[in-house]
Every structure is written in structure tokens, then in C-alpha cells.
Design a protein around this ligand. Structure first.
Ligand code: FES
Length: 163
């Protein structure tokens, strides 16, 4: 039993090497697309998982920040600054005392704001509030006080360091 393949005159069947080359190209293109797709999905997942570790390393690397000319901060006002990657605040209270606190809410990590008129630190995300002197959580969902730093006033600025 033999099979006969008819072919019209002038029509040539592609050589086997051309077919193999096209198949290899299609597979290579699919492989490259697969790698790009995996990267597009995998990189954000990697960043999401790795960022807390990187953040913790960056935070622990910084032990002191000098805020130049911050000694001139008026009474009852606040200066926002970064302690490493962490938003932080330096408050110059009406009684002349200085308080440096992390500005990262201990509930879900929003940046909190000092409200001098109410003398409270407020988180706009879920209404959490903190004592602006001690950093203690006083109402709302925050489970812990704000991290407190040591603030030392010098002639040229305020040096904020870990306790
Ligand atoms: S993140 Fe601040 S109260 Fe929820």
C-alpha cells in the first residue's frame, strides 16, 4: 500500500529544514514571551515579599539623623523628616520640650500628622490618635505607641537618634 501525493505543477513542498526552522522560531518566540510574562508577574511579587526585609535593613542601618537649623522650629510646630526610609516628626511643644517620633501609624502604616490645635497626632486612614508627648496610642485602631526617638538640641540643629 503506497500513498500517492498529488502536487500541482510549479508548487514545491517546503524542504524539511525550513519547517524545522519555523518550528524552532515559533518555540523560541513562545519561550521568550513566557519569560517576559513570568518576569512581569514575578518581579512585583518579589518586590512585595522582599520590601519588608529591605526596609528593615535600611531602617536599622540609620541610627542618627541631624536636622540642620531645626533648633529654630517655632513653639507648637512640627518638622516632618525621614529617619532612614521612615517618615518621622520632630515636635517643638509649647512648653519648650522637644519630641521626635516615627510618623508611621502602628495600625496599617499610614503617615500620621500632628494637629497642634487639638494637640494630638492623628491618622487620617482610620482615625487613630496618639499622644504627641509620649507617642502612646490613645484612641482608634492603632495597637501600639509610635516609636520614640531621642532628640538633642544643639547650636546648629537637632540630632535625632534611636533610644
Ligand atoms: S493606618 Fe492609622 S489608624 Fe489605620
Amino acid at each position: 500500500m503506497s500513498k500517492t501525493v498529488s502536487q500541482s505543477p510549479g508548487q514545491e513542498s517546503p524542504p524539511d529544514t525550513d519547517v524545522a526552522t519555523r518550528r524552532a522560531f515559533v518555540w523560541a518566540a513562545l519561550g521568550a514571551a513566557g519569560v517576559c510574562y513570568a518576569g512581569a508577574i514575578g518581579y512585583p511579587v518579589y518586590r512585595y515579599l522582599a520590601s519588608p526585609v529591605e526596609r528593615a535593613e535600611a531602617e536599622s542601618a540609620v541610627t542618627e539623623v541631624t536636622l540642620k537649623d531645626a533648633q529654630k522650629l517655632p513653639l507648637g510646630s512640627v518638622l516632618m523628616f525621614k529617619f532612614g526610609p521612615r517618615p518621622s516628626m520632630l515636635i517643638h511643644h509649647q512648653d519648650g520640650s522637644w519630641v521626635a517620633l516615627s510618623a508611621v501609624c502602628t495600625h496599617l502604616g499610614c503617615t500620621v500628622q500632628y494637629q497642634p490645635a487639638r494637640n494630638v497626632i492623628h491618622c487620617a486612614c482610620h482615625g487613630g490618635e496618639y499622644d504627641p508627648v509620649t507617642g502612646k496610642n490613645i484612641s482608634g485602631p492603632p495597637p501600639r505607641p509610635l516609636t520614640r526617638y531621642v532628640a538633642k538640641v544643639t547650636d546648629t540643629g537637632v540630632v535625632v537618634s534611636r533610644t
